[in-house]
Design a protein around this ligand. Sequence first.
Ligand code: FAD
Ligand code: NAP
Ligand code: SF4
Length: 673
Amino acid sequence: MTTHFPHLLAPLDLGFTQLRNRVLMGSMHTGLEDRAADFPKLATYFAERAAGGVGLMVTGGFAPNIVGWLKPFAGRLSLPWHVRRHRQVTEAVHAHDGKICLQLLHAGRYAYHPLSVAPSRLKAPINPFTPRTLSARGIERTLRDFATAARLAQDAGYDGVEIMGSEGYLLNEFTVPRTNRRDDAWGGDAQRRMRFPVEIVQRVREACGPNFIVIYRLSLLDLVEDGNAWPDIVAQAKAVEAAGATILNSGIGWHEARIPTIATSVPRAAFTSVTAKLRPHVSVPLVASNRINMPAVAEAVLAAGHADMVSMARPLLADPQWVNKARDGQVQAINTCIACNQACLDHVFENKRASCLVNPRACAETELVFTRTTAPKSIAVVGAGPAGLACATVAAERGHRVTLFDAATEIGGQFNLAKRIPGKEEFHEPLRYFRHRIAETGVDLRLGTRVDAAALSGFDDVVIATGVIPRALDLPGADHAKVVRYIDVLEGRVQVGPRVAIIGAGGIGFDVAEFLVETGDSPALDPARWMTEWGVDPAFDAPGGLVKASPEPAARQVWLLQRSPGRPGARLGKTTGWIHRATLKAKGVQMLGGVEYLGVDDDGLHIRVDGGAQQTLPVDHVVVCAGQEPRRELFDVLQAQGRRVHVIGGAKLAAELDAKRAIDEGSRLAAAL
Ligand code: FAD
Ligand code: NAP
Ligand code: SF4
């Protein structure tokens, strides 16, 4: 047995088959599931993760019938001619000694189409479509559809199926009083509410025989009102096991829950103790899930006896070689998922193909290929922010001679500010990863070196990745001592007073507000405090796992302002914006839109809101977070000189710039150099 992470890398014997380690790649919709033409890409995506050593993988959700579609024409496995496309996936995975299960997901009232069904006719707060009540005959049809789909998955060569029983989808909806108001044989008391999912497991087991993995994803914490109480969850787990499940996976939180469960501000492995609480009650292997992203975290969860396996989805999107690197003790080489959701979940919710902010090759494995160059060049990259780091390391990996300059004394550019925000501690990880990549690929790193055009002669190609300059204010009193830059605040050069106005409510304005209201340590580093602040029962006894939230008082009184009408934060990430808004609301931050800035003086910031009367915010400081301008003079000079020069990241376009675009542009340019 390997000495690195012995619990994580120990095989798991399921009786009829063996998993090579304890890593389950959790189900994740990529957007490649819905069209047959995308299956070669999906097969390559899974093949890379199988080659990377993952023990068992689960596909994105496939519906067992049309009413269970997540959205119109979403992936479905219900007809014999669907099978062929899936064989590409299973054969590609098995060629690397991997194992893969197909997830069967009936979307229930989360289905984004008018055919949706649910136990009762109750609309979900996050979906405009009201479901039809599933009739008793409809229930019988659905049971048959699950069995048929599982049988087709077996025909397609899958090692098993995962039955999705959590996150507020159909099966979960049947189990809780919140969404099941039936008074027939499928509703009423807890026993009758769980009957539907339990019968599905039974039918699937009967259809597929004993030598087929059946994972059941059980909602251990609904995190919604009128969710299940703990004794009901234990009873469900036992019934599902008795019905034939091979493995129980943990589901944490419904999609409509107002408690974050996977965002970067959620502490690592925050919910594994609920899996531990279930463990004495069942004998099949249990999987812990949510915010497990590094080998030491996973190892600790298993060593503490919280679970038999760990589920990771996004960390394997970020780094397909995660398991091999853990096995080889190469933890520094892991490209860590920072739980930002920006390129994975946000994309899926925007109907775009998923990818990964730190790994733009994710789900583009057949398209973005870093081949070895046959014509090595000498390349200067100016700026070691995310754009320059990605470009320099990919170009060097391809065989170019790369020199990377940065004026600062450390790599990372603005990530060095991001990592100071409470709840954004994960931003340390890409910095560690890129430090490793620079050494590994042989990039010649020159820190503390601000370069000009003269210093760049002698390179075949020059890449300008010099980032941005914060936009200065243009209003009376902009030069008053109260007016400060966000950079100076985050870097601790300015001590901010107890009353603060923030001008600009974009991503940085919100981050600065969170920085200013937080007292002491970040809740993301203290799971107990985090649960108290958000209202999660630390004993997991309360129905749905909910108790009254008790946020700590804010360290300061903060006003967060924008000129545009409407509520600030509307343009933040699709799956994370509400978390930032809720965090600031809980801390009493006043978020105002439609603000006209009239000036700053000794009395404070003078404003008008929605064209109303003039008012004064009696603040000690005004922090300017009013966006940025590109820093691209160097590009313009070199271009005028006729040099082979490229520009990426913030230096190219500051508007709407984020690290996803910066890393993507850097990687794509390097692939083409
Ligand atoms: P930068 O990161 O700005 O890097 C430019 C580099 O060039 C700097 O290191 C600078 O020192 C160097 N440089 C400039 N001129 C020269 C010169 N002449 N010679 C040598 N070196 C030079 N983005 C997200 O996607 N998600 C987030 O959650 C997120 N949070 C953020 C939080 C904060 C507080 C901040 C400030 C930013 C955040 N961002 C986030 C934005 C993200 O960090 C930027 O989009 C990204 O860093 C831009 O990358 P870049 O490489 O283009 O530029
Ligand atoms: P931003 O999102 O463009 O926001 C700039 C803010 O300043 C807006 O609220 C804008 O709103 C205001 N503004 C613009 N010009 C102004 C002016 N002349 N005077 C006063 N106010 C002005 O930029 P950012 O907040 O600086 O963030 C930079 C980038 O980093 C963003 O693109 C973002 O994607 C990324 N980022 C992302 C995250 C994340 O969590 N995903 C976090 C931080 C940063 P009004 O015009 O309405 O006033
Ligand atoms: Fe993780 Fe962000 Fe990549 Fe998604 S986009 S896998 S959350 S790093």
